[in-house]
Design a protein around this ligand. Structure first.
Ligand SMILES: NC(=O)c1ccc[n+]([C@@H]2O[C@H](COP(=O)([O-])OP(=O)(O)OC[C@H]3O[C@@H](n4cnc5c(N)ncnc54)[C@H](O)[C@@H]3O)[C@@H](O)[C@H]2O)c1
Length: 259
């Protein structure tokens, strides 16, 4: 249980859902973790819970808005003051913006890109100078299966997530000579508030959930902890030659062809 011993990690959007599971798994594996989250109270509560289960000296909640570059830089600085330079960044914060392209407002478009793509870049830009200087670092971007597949009615979320994959590959190549690895994880349906809110937004939420299950080859929804396991692997020294890659975690859902 010490696969991340001595490492300092910053996880965005770590107050709940996948980000909280990643923060919990990282601390369990020996990392010191900053939970960089928009909702301060949620982040504090999650940090207290992780501290009680694991090591209180290795968890810190820092209110952060990933859409603001200065806010992300401040969180990285706070991580450095508390624990040391950031070795691992997980760009996890994200929101669903699902609209009809032609009736969508400009605000919807900007809100989606501000969080889902600019937020990832703001994170990368804040940690890369230090990682490049030290000649070591791992960045894990939480993309989505929407990064390479399209479900009608979900615009512009997949456009931003395609961008996250492009950013991952581009930065992975740029900084590979400096031993900084940049990878992505593409989760399918994972049981979080984000997904529950989506089912609840459908005319028949129960039927929507059953339809998701019916199309799942494993006949179940994924768990946040199952994404966290892969984030631990990519963040650790067990993946030294994995770079500019994307690991899909969807129980085989995107391999399934259906009408
Ligand atoms: N749940 C899924 O099925 C699923 C599938 C594919 C991809 N994803 C991606 O995984 C990531 C996490 O999703 P989740 O399901 O855990 O969502 P969630 O809504 O449960 O959690 C997201 C967290 O991000 C925080 N956040 C939102 N805007 C922020 C901002 N501007 N700055 C900092 N924090 C902010 C929220 O407060 C929340 O705590 C997202 O990038 C999402 O697109 C989720």
């Amino acid at each position: 249980m010490n696969r991340l011993a001595g490492k300092v990690a910053l996880v965005t959007g770590a107050g709940r859902g996948i980000g909280a599971a990643i923060a919990r798994a990282f601390v369990a594996e020996g990392a010191a973790v900053v939970l960089a989250e928009l909702e301060g109270a949620t982040a504090q509560a999650t940090a207290r819970e992780i501290a009680a289960q694991h090591d209180a000296a290795k968890v810190l909640a820092v209110p952060t808005d990933v859409t603001q570059a200065a806010s992300v830089r401040a969180a990285v600085d706070e991580a450095a003051r508390a624990f040391g330079p950031v070795d691992v960044l997980v760009n996890n914060a994200g929101i669903n913006v699902f609209a009809d392209p032609l009736t969508m407002t400009d605000d919807d478009w900007r809100r989606c890109f501000a969080v889902d793509l600019d937020g990832v870049w703001n994170g990368c830009r804040a940690v890369l100078p230090g990682m490049v200087e030290r000649g070591a670092g791992s960045i894990v971007n939480i993309a989505s299966t929407h990064a390479f597949q399209i479900i009608p009615g979900c615009f512009p979320y997949p456009v931003a997530k395609h961008g996250v994959l492009g950013l991952t590959r581009a930065l992975g190549i740029e900084y590979a000579p400096r031993n900084v690895r940049v990878n992505a994880i593409a989760p399918g349906y994972i049981e979080t508030q984000l997904t529950r809110d989506w089912w609840d937004s459908q005319p028949d939420p129960k039927a929507a959930r059953l339809e998701t299950l019916a199309l799942s080859p494993m006949k179940r929804i994924g768990r946040p902890e199952e994404v966290a396991m892969t984030a631990v692997f990519l963040a650790s020294d067990e993946a030294p030659f994995i770079n500019a890659s994307c690991i899909t975690i969807d129980g085989g859902r995107t391999a399934l062809y259906h009408d």
